[in-house]
Design a protein around this ligand. Structure first.
Ligand code: SF4
Length: 236
């Protein structure tokens, strides 16, 4: 009697479903529907310069953009330039950003970034990913936000908590770290969509595809989504 081989068909089916999820036509449809739903969406963090956006993005770690936007007007009034941040007593920066959480580390990062800008980059935020990554407190997410939203440079895809969650729900990746998710998205999303795609996905994650109980009945992507935690579905 031949031995049973249950694993093979399962693996094959999983491979087929991943392949189907990444089909260029499906990706194009996701991009089209997102853009139709959110044609004008931009970065939610208020800023008037690359430096302000860098600071705001550092502050947004583990904090809502709404909270950051409440803090930054007074912060930039008190410390209007990188020089002002670099020369300030660290306790003053800590006090000004306290409500964003993790304020000691964030104050250290912001002041460290200001000092490095002054010593290495003539006080200007660099436009290159590798240089941005040398600023204290700046990892790929922050660098991608600054490059995309201020300079209009598509060096990568912003992967925040929303992009991470939605990319999995939409079957665009199975990766377990933001860095690997970004690599996967860069392979399947055309480069000229990288900046807008992340803005739109972040907005969709805030408004509709929320972490708990996603609002699938109101979702523009519902017909294309097979997420296991869907709350409503038109297809099996
Ligand atoms: S159908 Fe539901 S789970 Fe899928 S993207 Fe839309 S809101 Fe999220």
């Amino acid at each position: 009697m031949p031995l049973k081989q249950p694993a093979r068909p399962k693996k094959a089916a999983a491979k087929k479903s991943v392949k189907a999820s990444l089909a260029p036509e499906r990706i194009a449809e996701i991009l089209k529907l997102l853009h139709e739903a959110y044609p004008d969406v931009v970065c939610a963090l208020h800023h008037t310069s690359a430096w302000e956006l860098t600071v705001a993005t550092i502050l947004s770690a583990q904090c809502t953009d709404v909270r950051v936007n409440m803090v930054t007007p007074a912060l930039f009034k008190q410390f209007p330039t990188p020089q002002a941040f670099a020369n300030a007593p660290i306790e003053d920066i800590e006090a000004a950003i306290r409500t964003t959480g993790f304020y000691r580390n964030k104050a250290k990062s912001v002041q460290g970034a200001a000092k490095r800008l002054l010593t290495e980059f003539n006080g200007a935020v660099p436009k290159e990913m590798d240089k941005l990554l040398t600023l204290p407190g700046v990892a790929r997410k922050t660098a991608n936000v600054v490059l995309g939203s201020w300079f209009g440079i598509a060096a990568g895809v912003v992967v925040d908590t929303h992009v991470f969650r939605l990319s999995h729900r939409l079957g665009l990746t199975q990766a377990t770290t933001p860095e690997k998710v970004e690599q996967d998205l860069m392979k399947i999303i055309p480069r000229d969509h990288w900046i807008q795609f992340s803005h739109e996905l972040i907005h969709h994650g805030r408004q509709v595809c929320v972490a708990r109980k996603p609002r699938c009945a109101d979702c523009t992507l519902e017909s294309l989504c097979n997420a296991p935690d869907k709350t409503w579905s038109t297809h099996s």
